[in-house]
Design a binder for this molecule. Sequence first.
Ligand SMILES: Nc1ncnc2c1ncn2[C@@H]1O[C@H](COP(=O)(O)OP(=O)(O)OP(=O)(O)O)[C@@H](O)[C@H]1O
Ligand SMILES: [Mg+2]
Length: 291
Amino acid sequence: MGEGYDASFTLDDRTGSERLGVDIFRIIDYIQTHRGENDLAMPSVRLINVTKRFKDILALDRVSLTIRSREYVCVLGPTGSGKTTLLRVIAGLTSPDSGQLLIDEKPADDVKPEGRNTAYMPQQYALFPHLTVLENVAFSPLARGSGKAEAFEIARKVLRTVKLAHRENALPHELSGGMQQRVSIARALSINPSILLMDEPFASLDEITKQELYGEFLTIWEKMGKTVVLVTHNIHEAVLFSDRVVVISPHPGTVREIVRIGLPRPRRVEMVESLEFIECSKKVRAVMREA
Ligand SMILES: Nc1ncnc2c1ncn2[C@@H]1O[C@H](COP(=O)(O)OP(=O)(O)OP(=O)(O)O)[C@@H](O)[C@H]1O
Ligand SMILES: [Mg+2]
């Protein structure tokens, strides 16, 4: 019997997975695509069948999504597909009509925006025009109950992080678009949220400023280890920042597909030229075409 067994083993030139009758590459692909859903990190945000309607427009239709703690998720989709509505639901600025939202595994429906451990950066900069950079950033901790001295200390610290300490006395209109965007990111960071919700933070910037900020924010975010949900129209941006790209399609707003981005971390802007990056972008573009 030993002889027969050895002979069949040496003569068999099939791969291990063929012998087992399974396609190992499909399994690997499945695990990579779903890793964010299944890994052991604690869920940070969980939407279960969330629906939001504006009169006859179904902005979100039974959207279910789990975002893990310290995960980077980009929400990508055409205009009007419900991306902003999704962020506003998580931030507590819009209530869903039905479904459930959990933050850190606790029902969040009755929790006010300032009690949610989230910082929301709206699509427009939304800086106060008559307040200085420092006052704009200190505004958020002040609004959440910090004393004046503490709020200014926090503001100065985050302004150093976004490299704007030297412009703390400037008014917003005295800054470039890229600088204003940094102030608005500093303001979001100033409340030290565990979840950062950013709505197209780079959309209105020119290409060179955008590339500069990409590099800076990759470094800042990877150091801080926060959960980040970033809305964008831009496939490159989505692939560069994300662990997973959630592609949503419009009318009604639904999750079309979730694409896992397996690029190594720390990420660097130069990675956009790598073959792996191009492959990921192609995959996301293909899903977007169907969305
Ligand atoms: N406050 C509102 N009142 C009425 N309709 C709204 C409101 N907010 C959003 N909508 C509608 O809901 C749908 C989704 O809007 P949303 O702003 O979430 O889209 P979006 O994906 O962020 O679009 P964009 O890429 O243009 O920012 C759109 O059809 C929009 O007109
Ligand atoms: Mg929007």
